[in-house]
Design a protein around this ligand. Sequence first.
Ligand code: AMP
Ligand code: ZN
Ligand code: FE
Ligand code: FE
Length: 278
Amino acid sequence: MKYADLHVHTFYSDSTFSPEEAVSCARDRGLAAIAICDHDSVDGIEPCRVIGGELGVEIIPGIELTVEKADAEIHILGYFMDCSLGWFRTRLKELQAGRIDRIRKMVEKLDSEGIRLNIDDVFKEAGRGSVGRLHLARAILKTGKVKTMRDIFGKYIGFNKPCYVANVKLTPREALDMVLRTGGVPVLAHPKCMGRDEYIPELIECGLRGIEAYHIDHAPSVIKRYEAMARENNLLITGGSDCHGLGKARILLGEVRVPYELVEKLKEESEKIRNEYR
Ligand code: AMP
Ligand code: ZN
Ligand code: FE
Ligand code: FE
């Protein structure tokens, strides 16, 4: 059997893994394919493809976009987009620039809570990648002021906590349109983390094609709930580890995997979307 992990980050967003590390880890763990789904960036895809060609691991072009509601953070994955489109690249650059502004604002808020950071240290954590809260969290850990990631997110920078600042606001329709117009297949990432199933119908209305029912944070009962929801709504059921290299407690790559047939289904869906939207 061939397997794929459909949710992998690289250091082009907030994983510690270089393309070499991500792809060789995928090979070592016996995966036929991985989808590179960095936050607001497609820059890791080509470098991974080069290495994937050498190591025999298929690289699926992916992305992870953030949508915000007043009371929830929604992550939308996209698969098989045409990444060469100029407007798409421009929009991603805007989102990445918005992330820089946002991190500056969060650093100011942290300062007023007595956590002093040098902004350049945060940007150093991000390297060439699109900067995010995981980088900020790592810089906070290094100050020694807060001891655990759990406290950093739970008390300061988690969604709607005192030092949280919203991301550039994409509406669900904007995020889904952005994926669909590139020929990509939009999938709701880790719905349990969003915690608001009542938003799913709106996403379906806007063109959602799948739900990431299998995710490292989903217990068996949660998986069942989202599998059922996907079936009821004729959506694809996808899954991935959301590996961030060493950015999370351990290397998760391949711990969630789906049969390779799902990759074929995503490709077919992308073809359909291309005929419909372009
Ligand atoms: P950002 O894209 O900058 O909003 O950051 C999102 C990333 O922050 C996610 O991919 C997670 O890795 C991390 N994150 C968000 N909330 C938490 C949390 N409560 N605990 C640990 N990590 C979190
Ligand atoms: Zn991330
Ligand atoms: Fe996510
Ligand atoms: Fe992710």
